[in-house]
Write a protein that binds this ligand. Structure first.
Ligand code: S3P
Length: 180
């Protein structure tokens, strides 16, 4: 089956990991977080990889993690690091082998959620809100190009987001079934 998995993409702080984990439980699927997979495959944290080898090397390791997750023979719900969609290899693999859900929110809401102190290397600077705003503009086309479903989570709590995701997946499946 071509699109057996479900993937979550979106900026840092959109709740991909929390919602992904809960969604996996609902769908009786295995949860995979690509940051955790990179960390396990590297025996280093994401922050340590950025520090020791730089972002470009992290992105290569992320491509491998995304590909490994999508190759699983069993159904997975995959939470992707916020920048995974920057690589065209990830964009096409995710879109082909999974139903891609983009969890979106305004930079202001994300800033509230991630706070000022962060383990995320890209936000470890003097103005994380400015960084989130810049990344949102920069990455919007890549999220749009990758996702089958977009959920604006700005006004939703986790329960509401999960419900919106499950409803959207059901609707999409219904329309796919009608087409085929
Ligand atoms: C990144 C997001 C992080 C992690 C890394 C880079 C990004 O994942 O992959 O710090 O470029 O947006 P989360 O989105 O899960 O925080």
């Amino acid at each position: 089956m071509a699109r057996q998995h479900v993937s979550f993409v979106g900026l840092m702080g959109t709740g991909k990991t929390t919602i992904g984990r809960r969604c996996a439980r609902e769908l009786d699927a295995t949860f995979v977080d690509t940051d955790e997979l990179v960390e396990a495959q590297s025996a280093m944290t994401v922050a340590q990889i950025f520090e020791a080898f730089g972002e470009a090397e992290f992105r290569e390791r992320e491509v491998r993690a995304v590909s490994d997750a999508l190759l699983a023979a069993y159904r997975c719900v995959i939470s992707c690091g916020g920048g995974a969609v920057l690589d065209p290899r990830n964009r096409s693999a995710l879109r082909e082998h999974s139903t891609v859900v983009w969890l979106d929110a305004t930079p202001e809401v994300l800033f509230e959620r991630v706070g000022r102190t962060s383990h995320r290397p890209l936000l470890a600077n003097a103005d994380p809100l400015a960084t989130l705003t810049r990344l949102a503009t920069l990455r919007q086309p890549s999220y749009e190009a990758t996702a089958h479903i977009r959920i604006d989570t700005s006004k939703l709590d986790h329960d509401g987001t999960l419900r919106a995701v499950l409803d959207a997946l059901t609707d999409l499946k219904g329309s796919d079934d009608r087409v085929s």
